[in-house]
Design a protein around this ligand. Structure first.
Ligand code: GRF
Length: 227
């Protein structure tokens, strides 16, 4: 169980710090915590005080905060309060993990190049909501998930890694969502491991992944990474 917000690798003096934003269940946040990455999780912040993920975070010794968006009269006011709360933890990277509020341009600009998101589709197809329903309606044969840096345009930005799953003839929204979620839990910790190891390079609109040290566990999985 992590202590003091450390998520593994206590020996790493220069461990980078992340803040994770959630809105609900927080299963991606759990996958990140359970991966015991060489990162310090400074805080988990939710826009919904009743988010199940906040209870998990507290039980695991993490700082867990809620900033209820319903208490703010405008999106800009909420964004400003959220940004101030995040800044108090001085994160190197802001990790959106099932965070379901649209963030304004000023917020996105403030965290440009240091904010990452997971989206349940193979972007750039199916940005926005109900991705599994839309994938089924379109009859696509392959669906998946994408980890990407956040830009002002919704669910769009330099792609770090994607995982694809087949769409099976008898899938419904729930079975497809479950198959994709399993991959989300695999690729988000991997993307963050690369970040922790200083291997993500933003190169214009693309992400380059620097090779790992010899014997690195993830070399085979680099095949899935966008270049
Ligand atoms: C995930 O599918 C995520 O990609 C999407 O919403 C879902 C959140 O799941 N944006 P969880 O809260 O991480 O369990």
């Amino acid at each position: 169980m992590p202590r003091d917000g450390y998520n593994g690798a206590m020996e790493s003096i220069a461990a980078k710090t992340i803040v994770i934003l959630i809105s609900g269940r927080g299963s991606n946040m759990q996958a990140i915590v359970e991966a015991r990455l060489p990162l310090r999780v400074a805080a988990v912040i939710s826009n919904r005080p009743d988010a199940a993920g906040l209870a998990y975070a507290r039980e695991h010794g993490l700082v867990a905060e809620a900033i209820d968006h319903r208490e703010f009269s405008s999106r800009d006011d909420f964004d400003a309060a959220l940004a101030a709360a995040i800044d108090r933890h001085r994160p190197d990277l802001l990790v959106l993990a099932g965070f379901m509020r649209i963030l304004g341009d000023a917020f996105v600009g403030r965290f440009a190049g240091r904010m990452i998101n997971i989206h349940p589709s193979l972007l750039p197809v199916f940005p926005g909501l109900h991705t599994h329903r839309r994938a089924l309606a379109e009859g696509v044969k392959v669906h998946g998930a994408t980890v990407h840096f956040v830009t002002p345009s919704l669910d769009h930005g330099p792609i770090v890694i994607q995982a694809a799953v087949p769409v099976l003839p008898d899938d419904d929204e729930a079975t497809l969502a479950e198959r994709v979620l399993e991959q989300e839990h695999r690729i988000y910790p991997l993307a963050l491991r690369w970040f922790a190891e200083d291997r993500l390079v933003l190169d214009g609109g693309r992400v380059r992944i620097k090779p790992g040290h010899a014997g690195s566990r993830d070399s085979a999985q680099l095949l899935m990474a966008a270049s």
